[in-house]
Design a protein around this ligand. Structure first.
Ligand code: LLP
Length: 425
């Protein structure tokens, strides 16, 4: 069993390492802000998923949006995983890693365009998760035109509430996602008449960062009931795409056992299909696989006091990791090399961007640090770099992947020339 995170203190003076690789050394070599990920940890988390579903036919389709670094996609590809994509760009990334991996790709998303659909048809992806009747019409038209048949699942909206941040909850009727589960049967019946469309599955995704298994079980049960009806209508449905969304614990002081979580999750899903013969699960985890494998390493630029309030100003900002600003998300923030006997300081931990919303934590107690010290923002492997922007004309961070004793640069730091190069003045 591995620890929840690959980042542990070791040595003398005690300092944080990713597996066996010193973060001080990485920051010195590659500068900051720097994303660091552990390949070993990602492999371990994928293994947990695979073991938990070992008794059931399944394919884990890693949600590329969580972290789309080519080196990480390559790692998943080598481990035999499939991919959940939501754009032509994400598909191009998967194809760049391995063209043959297209056969393990599911394509989700509410706004697929003709060029994206064409690329997916030509590459021979496994499944389109269709989110509206309009999309279905367009897909049928493009498939006929290219003479390539399209395997589809309708993404149904099961009207299930899942406790998470409102911006990342997706399974209620009021959300833009999916087709009302009560209409789905009629849509499937219609579509079955089209020779270019092959109804092969039903899919569902109720949201992200969901910490209990119950809502997943409830959604899968509704989908399983629909699959029974569709099969009785004569449709050969073989996939149940259960989406992603399994959450993690971001707080260091709260217990989290990934091994137990995945068991509960798998049990809830397996229970839901216990009366369905020969069904294959497609699973689309993102965060559970990569979030805790990564950290954002940043340096303290300044300490500052305004009235009674202390501020720690870092060289990373909301453009590098937007989760605290966008979802009020909690990330643990710890010194890489804690100072001996340092007292705790309560401070707002912020970046240099010109917005009050540019913070990583507010009124956070942290062992006192000095300008120049390194700080690690934990659990930043998912929705960190993939949501990064160039706001304030800040080049995006470099990324390093650690495997055993080896660390390698998997994305060089952007330069301002990279930003200006695409512009026309
Ligand atoms: N499948 C579909 C159709 C999705 O929309 C998503 C996430 C996933 C799978 C993967 O979900 P996961 O296993 O990672 O929870 N930026 C937000 C999260 C947005 C999630 C969007 N969809 C955050 O930083 O919390």
């Amino acid at each position: 069993m591995l620890p929840v995170r690959p980042f542990v203190y070791s040595g003398k003076p005690t300092s944080l390492a990713c597996g066996e690789v010193s973060l001080e050394a990485l920051a010195k070599k590659y500068n900051t802000p720097l994303y660091v990920y552990s390949a070993d940890h990602i492999r371990y988390r994928l293994g947990l998923f695979t073991q938990a579903f070992a008794t059931q036919k399944h394919l884990v389709c890693y949600a590329v949006k969580a972290n789309s670094a080519l080196a990480i996609l390559k790692l998943f590809d080598r481990l035999g995983a499939g991919f959940d994509i939501v754009s032509g760009g994400e598909l191009e990334r998967v194809l760049a890693v391995n063209k043959a991996a297209a056969a393990r790709v599911v394509f989700s998303g509410v706004g697929k365009t003709s060029p994206e659909i064409d690329l997916a048809l030509r590459s021979g992806i496994l499944l389109f998760n269709v989110e509206s009747e309009g999309e279905l019409d367009l897909l049928a038209e493009r498939a006929a035109k290219l003479k390539k048949s399209a395997r589809i699942a309708l993404r149904v909206n099961p009207d299930i509430f899942a406790e998470t941040h409102p911006y990342i909850s997706t399974g209620l009727r009021e959300h833009k996602f999916g087709i009302d589960i009560h209409r789905a049967r009629a849509v499937y019946r219609d579509v079955a008449k089209n020779r270019w469309i092959e109804p092969a599955g039903v899919s569902v995704h109720i949201g992200s960062q969901i910490r209990t298994a119950d809502p997943f079980g409830a959604a899968a049960s509704r989908v399983a009931a629909l699959i029974r009806q569709l099969r009785s209508d004569g449709l050969p449905i073989r996939f149940l795409d259960a989406g992603g969304g399994l959450g993690i614990e971001y707080h260091l002081d709260l217990p989290f056992h990934p091994e137990e979580k995945i068991q509960q999750y798998a049990a809830a899903l397996k229970q839901a299909v216990s009366e369905l013969e020969d069904i294959q699960f497609l699973l689309e985890p993102g965060r559970f696989l990569v979030a805790q494998a990564g950290a954002l390493i940043t340096r303290v630029l300044y300490l500052k006091k305004n009235g009674k309030k202390h501020f720690l100003i870092l060289d990373a900002a909301m453009n590098d990791l937007i989760r605290p600003a966008l979802y009020q998300a909690h990330h643990e923030i710890i010194p890489v090399t804690p100072r001996k006997g340092a007292r705790k300081l309560v401070a707002d931990i912020v970046g240099p961007v010109c917005e009050t919303g540019d913070f990583f934590a507010r009124d956070r107690a942290i062992p006192a640090v000095q300008p120049g010290d390194l700080i690690a923002i934990l659990d930043a492997g998912a929705y960190g770099q993939s949501l990064a922007s160039n706001y304030n004309s800040r080049p995006r961070p470099a990324e390093v992947l650690v495997e055993g004793k080896r660390a390698r640069l998997i994305r060089r730091r952007e330069s301002v020339d990279d930003l200006l190069g695409v512009e026309i003045s």
